[in-house]
Ligand binder design. Sequence first.
Ligand SMILES: [Zn+2]
Length: 127
Amino acid sequence: MKLFDCKSDVDLYDMQDWHEALLWIFAATVRYCKQNNLALVITSLRSDRENVQAVSSTHAENRAIDIRTRDWDLPTIHKLCYFLNTNYSDWGAIGKKSGKSTVCLYHNNHIHIQVRRDCRMERYLKQ
Ligand SMILES: [Zn+2]
């Protein structure tokens, strides 16, 4: 089983420009999906296909990815969001309206994963 798959027009070279924290969160998402036997499919990196007004510049700044949920049931979707929001709450992008830190949200039939610009990375490496 592959770790993940991509929609055909997703350019994986865009990962080279990712915010570092997004790599960690993506790795956690890969692990989570593997453990729960879920197919992980990236549907968008740089561009926000859905043109979601509320989530701002995170895609354009390489701080967000979208993943496919059409083969997942609702509890599965919410469990992944809960897992990421709980474990990486200090890295979530801050909502313009809510002022809340959010890493993972489900909207417009996909999961949007995002990080803030200034994430502290130190705790993820053993000294
Ligand atoms: Zn998105």
